[in-house]
Write a protein that binds this ligand. Structure first.
Ligand code: PLP
Length: 454
């Protein structure tokens, strides 16, 4: 890279998230220069389809002028105000009202944070404060799933069930427990149907709650469809069975829809897709199409009342960020949701998702493909060394990464989580573009197959 280029200065000054620093020093970055629609360009002028919506988040694509205008307008009226100590402003109230009205019944209150990780950390603190307030201070444990992703701060990173987020950080916290990943292809027993697998996982959850003591288990948290863990669609019957166990032991159900929310699964919320009635719903990413950092926790009146009573008994709910409910971020959120609704992008995601998954299904017989899975406009293709035994490639991750890199050569940005190649294009993607994305993936896959000599 040229001495004063973005790439050279990037290597000189930055520590990147989720990046092997030494490898980055050697290889340098891909510098993204501009975006339009579902496309990105790097600083060498190469054009890519962003088939991952950035980090599963840019629902409206990279050039939605109405979001720019909403931000600009709010920046001129009131660029900043806070929501501590009784202060309020219209954009955060408008977005909260919208969210309460559009989310499933029983979710009546909203609390804003800046990111999904902060939201999940905040959920933990809210639930702890709530249980302290209602006189059951021992009920503090959270149960989540292996391969689930809930963020990277101390509590949310503990909820995350991926070793990479614990290793080197002394996590998880002792209050956080994990149960089996709801992925039939990988974790079902020989001959077990999806329903039987779901029943077994619900029994496992019940056994875990009993082992820990129901009086110590506060909440169960899961992504309706696991995203960063490799787009793992739940087996049939999973959520109703798991939810019934939670209700039996007075364990709160937290649906982390940071990726799933706002149409991704073909319904506005994945809780509708999978018949979940959560006590807490966590939203971020597509809430603003990530034009502004924002997350929302939408939760039940029961929890609100406990916290409100607790604020009198224990003292103020002492939690919040300088930028909680930021006026510009929430104004962009309002406009973003209006656009999703006006253009019926949820139906578009369902329709285009059917096309995308239909095209991907054609690769089920490919020698490297173990499983093709997905719902709505989110999908993954898991690559295996041996289709019959489902044996993984050794070392895991290199083949997925090879397809990811070959994708760049064919002008498409995908994502590899281990050896699962993920697809999560913007909600505005057309049927033709979906076909194009899968065709480019197919070329990348063929390149890797040939390189492996198979
Ligand atoms: N929850 C889920 C389901 C996520 O996918 C993510 C991020 O990918 C998070 C939480 C954390 O969000 P953030 O990266 O904004 O902290």
């Amino acid at each position: 890279a040229l001495p004063n280029s973005t790439a050279a200065r990037d290597v000189a000054y930055l520590l990147h998230p989720y990046t092997n620093a030494r490898a980055h020093e050697r290889d340098g970055p891909i510098v993204i220069a501009k975006g339009e629609g579902i496309h990105l360009w790097d600083d060498a002028g190469n054009k890519y389809i962003e088939a991952m919506s950035g980090l599963w988040s840019v629902g409206l694509g990279f050039s939605e002028k109405r979001l720019v205008e909403a931000a600009y307008k709010q920046l001129q009226i009131l660029p900043y105000s806070h929501t501590f100590t009784h202060k309020a402003h219209e954009p955060s109230v408008e977005l909260a009202e919208m969210l309460v009205k559009m989310t499933p019944d029983g979710l009546d209150r909203v609390h804003f944070t800046n990111s999904g990780s902060e939201a999940n950390d905040t959920v933990v603190k809210m639930v702890w404060f709530y249980n302290n307030a209602i006189g059951r201070p021992e009920k503090k444990k959270f149960i989540s799933r292996l391969n689930g992703y809930h963020g990277i701060t101390i509590a949310s990173g503990s909820l995350t069930g991926l070793p990479a987020n614990h290793r080197g950080f002394d996590l998880p916290l002792p209050q956080m427990k994990h149960v089996t990943t709801p992925h039939h292809y990988r974790f079902a027993e020989e001959g077990e149907t999806e329903e039987e697998f779901s029943t077994r996982l619900a029994e496992e959850l019940e056994a875990k709650i009993l082992e820990e003591g129901p009086e110590t288990v506060a909440a169960f948290i899961g992504e309706p469809v696991i995203g960063a863990g490799g787009v793992l669609v739940p087996p049939a019957g999973y959520w109703p069975k798991v939810q019934a166990v939670c209700r039996k032991y007075d364990v709160l159900v937290v649906a982390d829809e940071v990726i799933n929310g706002f149409g991704r699964t073909g319904k506005m919320f994945a809780c509708e897709t999978y018949d979940i009635q959560p006590d807490v719903l966590v939203l971020s990413k597509q809430i603003t199409s990530s034009y502004q950092p924002l997350a929302a926790i939408v939760f039940s009146d029961k929890i609100y009342q406990g916290i409100a009573d607790g604020s009198e008994a224990l003292g103020t709910f002492g939690h919040g960020f300088t930028t909680s409910g930021h006026p510009v971020a929430t104004a962009v959120g309002v406009e973003n949701i209006k656009i999703i609704q006006e253009r019926d992008l949820v139906s578009n995601a369902a329709k285009v998702g059917d096309v995308m998954r239909g095209e991907l299904a054609k690769y089920a017989d490919h020698p490297l493909v173990g499983e093709v899975r997905g719902v709505g406009l989110i999908a993954a293709c898991e690559l295996v060394a041996d289709k019959a035994t489902k044996a993984k490639f050794d070392p895991v991750g290199k083949v997925g990464m090879s397809v990811f890199k070959a994708g760049h050569e064919h002008g498409v940005i995908l994502r590899a989580t281990g050896d699962s190649v993920c697809f999560c294009p913007p909600l505005i993607t057309t049927e033709e573009q979906a076909v194009d994305i899968v065709a480019r993936f197919g070329k990348a896959l063929e390149d890797v197959r040939k390189a492996l000599g198979r």
